[in-house]
Ligand binder design. Structure first.
Ligand SMILES: [Zn+2]
Length: 70
C-alpha cells in the first residue's frame, strides 16, 4: 500500500511523530495537521469557559516543526 497521497510534503520519507504544541500529544505529520484544527477549537472553547483572569493565550506554533530538540 502506498500512503503518500496524504503526506503532502514529499521530501524526507521518515514518518516522524510530532508533538501537538497545544495539548502535547503525539501525532503523525498527517494526523497532526487534522488534529491541530480540532485542538485549536477545543482550546478556544475550554478557555472561553474560564474566567478572564485564568485564560491563557493559545500556544504559538514552533518555527521549525521538523527540528524540535527533545
Ligand atoms: Zn492537540
Amino acid at each position: 500500500m502506498n500512503n503518500n497521497l496524504m503526506s503532502g510534503g514529499g521530501f524526507g520519507a521518515k514518518p516522524k511523530a510530532l508533538m501537538c504544541y497545544i495539548c502535547g500529544r503525539e501525532y503523525g505529520t498527517a494526523s497532526l495537521q487534522i488534529h491541530l484544527k480540532t485542538c485549536m477549537k477545543k482550546w478556544e472553547i475550554e478557555e472561553s469557559k474560564k474566567p478572564k483572569k485564568e485564560r491563557r493565550p493559545m500556544p504559538q506554533p514552533p518555527k521549525q516543526l521538523n527540528d524540535v530538540p527533545i
